[in-house]
Design a protein around this ligand. Structure first.
Ligand SMILES: [Zn+2]
Length: 152
């Protein structure tokens, strides 16, 4: 079973379980997936943001601080090149030092936080709502800036 966070065209978020990603595709194409709030069948997967979580205890392998992504301002060429290198280096570091958990990110981050899974650094995808919920629970997660090459 796969859980998807979906959003309708009125921006209601809701969660749905599907036997597989193919069955989500075919059910949504046939209009069988409806928003529980408004009944709209114009639903799509909610935006998933790449996220990292850190181990509870700091260690030599602790992830580096994540550069702020809040300011999508136009930058002149040189700082932009440096920022790209920084982001690439960060992604390489995250890939080398943390486990990729894909869209199970929120679930795994929660398990680690509550001691139900081995303490380790992980990275994966989370919806914005999931990320917000994790942060509200005091779980140490941070958004990972997208690689410059992945933009658009
Ligand atoms: Zn709706």
């Amino acid at each position: 079973m796969i859980r998807y966070t979906l959003a309708c065209d009125a921006r209601h978020d809701f969660e749905c379980w599907f036997p597989s990603s193919d069955s989500y595709d075919s059910q949504s194409e046939r209009g069988l997936v409806a928003c529980p709030s408004c009944g709209s069948t114009r639903v799509s997967k909610a935006v998933m943001a790449p996220m990292v979580a850190r181990k509870d205890r700091p260690s030599a392998e602790a992830l580096p601080p994540v550069p702020a992504t809040e300011a999508p301002v136009r930058m002149i060429a040189e700082p932009e090149r440096k920022l790209r290198e920084m982001i690439k280096a960060l992604h390489a570091h995250v890939a080398a030092h943390s486990e990729h958990v894909g869209d199970r990110f929120a679930e795994e981050a929660r398990k680690i936080h509550y001691g139900e899974a081995e303490g380790r650094s992980i990275h994966g995808q989370a919806s914005l709502d999931e990320a917000r919920a994790l942060i509200e629970e005091g779980i140490d997660v941070a958004p990972l800036p997208p690689l410059p090459d992945e933009r658009n």
